[in-house]
Write a protein that binds this ligand. Structure first.
Ligand code: ADP
Length: 207
C-alpha cells in the first residue's frame, strides 16, 4: 500500500507518517528529511539546496524525483511507502505515477490533512522557537505557504480526478487525526490496495 500524505507545511504530515510507520510498517519517505540530511552532511547536493530551502523555495523537481527513485530501489521489499512532502508539484506527481508503475506499484490513496492558515502560523512560530529551523522564520514561512498554494494545491484536483483523495480534519488532536487516517487506510486494505498483485491478478491479469 502506497499513500501520499498531503497538506501545507506544518500540517502534521511528518507526525502522522511516523505513527503509520509504527502501526503498519510502511516506510516513510520524506523529501524534506532527505534534503535536510544532505544539508547537514555538507555534501554537494546539500550545498546546492541549502540556500533554496532556507529561503522557503522549492528544490528542483529533478533533484527530489531522483531522491525518491533511489529510495524505491533501495527498499524493494518494503510493504509500502508513505510519501511525506512529496509530490509537491504536478510534474512530481506525474513522475511518481511513472516511477511506481514501472515498478509494478501505484499510489493507492492520498490523505489530505485539512488545516487553516492561522493555525499554521501559530504552529510554526512555536516550532521556530523550539527547534530553530531556519525556514520556519516568518519570511521563509510566508514563501513556503505561497509556494504551497501556487504549486502544490493544484495536486488536489489531480488526485481527485484519479478518485484517490480523502480528507481528514488536521486541526483535531494528534490521536484524533491518526484515528481518522487509520479509518481511511483500513477501508483501503479491505478494498485491496497493496503492493503485491493478488493471486487472481497474477494468474489471469485481473483482480
Ligand atoms: P514542511 O512540510 O514543513 O514545509 P519539509 O520538511 O517537507 O517541510 O520541506 C522542507 C523544504 O525542503 C521545503 O521548503 C523545500 O525547500 C524542500 N523540499 C522538500 N520536499 C520537496 C519537494 N518534494 N519538492 C521541492 N522541494 C522540496
Amino acid at each position: 500500500m502506497n499513500i501520499v500524505l498531503f497538506g501545507p507545511p506544518a500540517a502534521g504530515k511528518g507526525t502522522q507518517a511516523k505513527i503509520i510507520t509504527k502501526e503498519r510498517g510502511l516506510l516513510q519517505l520524506s523529501t524534506g528529511d532527505m534534503l535536510r540530511a544532505a544539508k547537514s552532511s555538507g555534501s554537494e547536493l546539500g550545498k546546492k539546496v541549502a540556500g533554496i530551502m532556507d529561503r522557503g523555495d522549492l528544490v528542483s523537481d529533478e533533484i527530489v524525483i531522483a531522491l525518491i527513485e533511489e529510495q524505491l530501489d533501495t527498499h524493494k521489499d518494503a510493504p509500502g511507502f508513505i510519501f511525506d512532502g512529496f509530490p509537491r508539484t504536478v510534474a512530481q506527481a506525474e513522475a511518481l505515477d511513472k516511477s511506481l508503475s514501472s515498478r509494478g506499484m501505484a499510489v493507492d490513496a492520498v490523505i489530505r490533512l485539512c488545516v487553516d492558515d492561522a493555525v499554521l502560523v501559530d504552529r510554526i512560530e512555536n516550532r521556530f522557537k523550539e527547534e530553530g529551523r531556519k525556514d520556519d522564520n516568518p519570511e521563509s514561512f510566508k514563501i513556503r505557504l505561497g509556494n504551497y498554494n501556487e504549486q502544490t494545491a493544484p495536486l488536489l484536483p489531480f488526485y481527485e480526478a484519479q478518485g484517490k483523495l480523502s480528507e481528514v480534519d488536521g486541526l483535531a488532536s494528534i490521536e484524533a487525526v491518526s484515528a481518522s487516517v487509520a479509518k481511511v487506510l483500513n477501508e483501503l486494505s479491505v478494498s485491496g490496495g497493496g503492493n503485491k498483485p493478488s493471486f487472481w491478478k497474477r494468474l489471469f491479469g485481473r483482480s
